[in-house]
Structure formats: C-alpha cells, structure tokens
Design a protein around this ligand. Structure first.
Ligand code: C2E
Ligand code: MG
Ligand code: MG
Ligand code: MG
Length: 285
C-alpha cells in the first residue's frame, strides 16, 4: 500500500516539476532568441538634485519588448538570464546602449550621468573587465559620465577578484554605486575597502510609513563621513522629497517625477527643460 502511495505521489508531482522546468527552459530559449532579434530596449529614469530639482542623470533599466506579451519588466526575466548564463551578454548590451546614449545626449548639450545595473553574476565572469574596456574603446564614451550600480551581495564575498575588478573599473573613471543600500548585509566596515562613490538608498527607507525611516539620516551621515553621494530611490510623494531635503540627501529618482521612460519620451522631457543645460536642467513636473 505504502509503495502504491509512493508511486502515486511521484506520478502526481513529476508532471508539475516537469512543467516548471519546461517553462523555464522555454523562457531561457526565448531570451536567447530575444537577444539575437534585438527585442530588448533600454528605458531611462531621470535622477534629480534634491536641493535644486535639476536633472542630473538617469538610470538605465532594461525592458523586453515581447512580440506578443508587450513590454516585460526586468524582474520577470533577469533571474532567468542569470541562471542560464546569458546575463553577461545582456548586461554588456545594456552598458553599450547606455554609453552611446550618454554620448549622444552630451553631444546635444545634455551633460547627464547615466547609471547601469551590473548583476552579481557578471562579477563571476572573468571577462567582465575586458568586456567593459572593449565597450569604452568602441563607443568612445568617457567612463566618468557613467556609473555602475552593484548590490551589497557583490561585496560580501570579500574576494580578491572582486576587489581588483572594482578598483580597475574605478581607475578607468566609472562611478560605482551600491544599489538598494540598506537591504543587504549590515556590516558597514566593508564600505572603506571598496572604491564606492555613491550610495543609493532603497525605497523602503523613504516611505513615510516605514519604521526604517530614521536609518536614512544615518546613511546620509555615514556617506558624508566617507565622502560619498547619496541618492534616494522610489520617491513617490512631495512629503518624501521634502523630508529627504531635511536629511541632506543629494539626489533622488522616483514616480513623483517620472517612471523609467523610452528614449523618445525621455528626450521629450529633456526638450521641456531649460534650454541651457550645462549644469543640469530644471525639470517641469
Ligand atoms: P533597481 O536597479 O533598484 O531599479 C529601480 C526599480 O524601481 C526600477 O524597476 C524602477 O522602475 C522602480 N522604481 C523607480 N521609481 C519608483 C517609485 O517611485 N516607486 C516604485 N514602487 N518603484 C520605482 P524595474 O525597472 O522594474 O527594475 C527592477 C530591477 O531589475 C532593478 O532594480 C534592477 O535590479 C534590475 N534591472 C533592471 N535593468 C537591469 C539591467 O540592465 N541589468 C541588471 N543586471 N539588472 C537590471
Ligand atoms: Mg539600480
Ligand atoms: Mg535600487
Ligand atoms: Mg534592485
């Protein structure tokens, strides 16, 4: 009887497991094709100076323009890209697009810092540095106009390879920011050991209903002591922005001003700004 039950369980579970695996494999194949067929697109979310409201930069955020499903958010396909080893290729593509876009805007008088997300998996790729160097050479971009966003998890390993890669990227001129800061490991001592230039405070610290809100003041104080800039993510209300100003936060991004935009929409925003954008432009919102 027990054996029968066991067999029954197996018969019951295996098809479900197979379905999950098959769905994942199908997605990974689709992603491979999507890369070949150039179905990805980079959106840009404006980043503004808290004190002046001027446009300082933008975060590059990838989207998948799926032929049937429409615009797909990265949360649904980045993990599959990471698991199937495709994130290095996609990440390099996003960086190249962002570098070209930054140059294009700079040539038209818009001096913006463009930030690009790097997956922890890209640090496991021994070719990361070479890939980035090739993009810099090919595009002719100035790394000082670009910022690479990493997560705290990248720093946790304390491995020599990661330190060397980060130092090399910083030496090339790239800004290095820690994304979703405060949500990861709480050992702050590591900050001094890495060439970090910016802390991006996770939006969970910005929300007025969050018990974690007082931490923001501490992060700002910490960043001042370390000579880093502080950017707040996910600002949705005027109250949040006013409060960030009292905390001395440098820059912010969020739905209050704009969601991530297609290049066309972002350029619409640029054109609506101050026509003399040499030191950033006031965004009408
Ligand atoms: P992230 O880097 O922390 O990006 C911020 C996310 O917050 C974006 O989601 C953005 O649309 C969203 N956001 C911005 N303002 C607000 C706001 O006011 N309220 C709320 N609720 N959300 C806001 P998105 O574009 O869906 O990206 C999600 C995550 O996917 C990113 O989080 C990043 O970790 C990852 N990602 C996006 N593009 C790339 C990429 O090119 N490479 C890699 N490795 N990861 C990427
Ligand atoms: Mg980010
Ligand atoms: Mg973030
Ligand atoms: Mg994130």
């Amino acid at each position: 009887l027990a054996k029968d039950e066991g067999r029954h369980r197996v018969a019951f579970f295996m098809p479900a497991l197979n379905t999950a695996v098959q769905t994942r494999l199908a997605l990974e194949n689709e992603l491979r094709q999507a890369l070949q067929q150039q179905e990805f697109e980079v959106f840009y979310q404006p980043r503004l100076d808290v004190a002046t409201g001027r446009l300082m930069g933008a975060e590059a955020l990838v989207r998948w323009r799926h032929p049937e499903r429409g615009l797909v958010d990265p949360g649904t396909f980045i993990p599959a890209c990471e698991d199937s080893g495709q994130i290095s290729k996609l990440g390099a593509w996003v960086l190249e697009q962002a570098a070209r876009q930054q140059l294009h805007w700079r040539q038209r008088g818009w001096a913006l810092t463009v930030s690009v997300n790097l997956s922890p998996c890209q640090f496991a790729d021994p070719a990361l540095l070479q890939t980035v160097q090739a993009i810099v050479l090919e595009t002719g971009c100035d790394p000082q106009d670009l910022e690479l966003e990493i997560t705290e998890s990248v720093l946790l390993g304390h491995d020599e390879h990661t330190v060397q890669v980060l130092n090399a990227l910083r030496d090339m001129g790239f800004g290095i920011s820690i994304d979703d800061f405060g949500t990861g490991y709480s050992n702050l001592a590591y900050l001094r050991h890495y060439p970090i230039t910016v802390l991006k405070i996770d939006r969970s610290f910005v929300d007025e209903h969050s018990q974690a809100r007082p931490i923001t003041g501490l992060i700002v104080t910490l960043s001042r002591a370390l000579g880093l800039r502080v950017v707040a993510e996910g600002v949705e209300t005027v109250e949040q922005l006013d409060w960030l100003r009292t905390q001395g936060c440098d820059e912010f991004q969020g739905f209050l001003v704009s969601p991530p935009l297609s290049v066309t929409a972002f350029e619409g925003l640029l054109k609506a700004c101050d026509p003399h954008p040499s030191s950033g432009a006031a965004v009408p919102w």
